[in-house]
Design a binder for this molecule. Structure first.
Ligand code: KIV
Length: 266
């Protein structure tokens, strides 16, 4: 029997100084393969707005779309801890709708949710979700849903004062019950300082090597999404070329009569 990763396992990894891995997935078979490869946390990131749905930013994706992707990914995963990224405005208006929208993802097979940003209201949301049995992954630093208020894709936490602000917010989110924290586009030294002063695991998304875990968008790792690749992403394959090549060969085979063969007919 495969043992499912839990929030306790992730906390124990931080406590013992062992790193864990986080990758995004949006469909059943990708989730299945990356789970089998040993990835510890699978995130149905709202990055799917761009990489799977072709929108320009994450703002366009909604709860109903995230539900479809959550259902597909959860079905493919046996071991990893599955987290759904809650989309823009799905937890911002009021606590009851935040609990309801996040709870829907748990009903569909997610093990936790991720929410972005910090305010007194967000702290209250984290408290109420945790009290409802919904584990929360917090997300500070660059938070894509706040792109318009942050004024662009800007590195956050560059000065000691700014790092202290992130740390103070992170501590309040931790106290409210968050089980982990994504730090996005934060300088490595600031992320180290925050990681060392926080009890819960930090997950780097372009925040350097001292965080307790690393997350990347799977389409960047596979070399599939080619519209834009962030500096911090590492490409381990060339799925774009593979897809192009397979489609090109199939197209040729159909047109020159090489497909189907005798073995491919009834
Ligand atoms: O949407 C996403 O994929 C994310 C991760 C990259 C942290 O938020």
């Amino acid at each position: 029997m495969i043992k499912k990763v839990t929030v306790n396992n992730l906390q124990n990894l931080k406590n013992s100084g062992e790193k864990f891995s986080v990758l995004t997935a949006y469909d059943f078979s990708t989730a299945k393969y990356i789970d089998e490869a040993g990835i510890d946390v699978i995130l149905i990131g709202d990055s799917l707005a761009m990489v799977a749905l072709g929108y320009e930013t994450t703002h366009a994706v909604g709860v109903e779309e995230m539900k479809i992707f959550t259902k597909a990914v959860a079905k493919g995963v046996k071991r990893a801890f599955v987290v759904t990224d809650m989309p823009f405005l799905s937890y911002h208006t009021d606590i009851p709708s935040a609990v309801k929208n996040c709870g829907e993802m748990i009903k569909l097979g997610a093990n936790g949710v991720k929410i972005e940003g910090f305010s007194d209201y967000i702290v209250e949301v984290v408290k109420r979700l945790t009290a409802s049995g919904i584990p929360v992954m917090a997300h500070l630093g660059f938070t894509p849903q706040f792109l318009n208020t942050l004024g662009g894709y800007k590195i956050q936490g560059k000065t000691q004062e700014a790092a202290d602000k992130i740390l103070s917010e992170a501590k309040q989110l931790e106290k409210a019950g968050a089980f982990s924290l994504v730090l996005e586009m934060v300088p490595q030294e600031s992320a180290k300082y925050i990681t060392e002063n926080l009890s819960i695991p930090t997950i780097s998304c372009g925040a350097g090597k001292y965080c307790d875990a690393q997350v990347l968008v799977s389409d960047d790792v596979f070399g599939k999404y080619s519209e834009f690749t962030p500096k911090f992403a590492r490409k381990y394959g060339d799925m774009k070329a593979l897809i192009f090549d397979c489609a090109k060969k199939f197209n040729e085979d159909v047109k020159n009569g090489n497909f189907p063969s005798e073995n491919e007919i009834f």
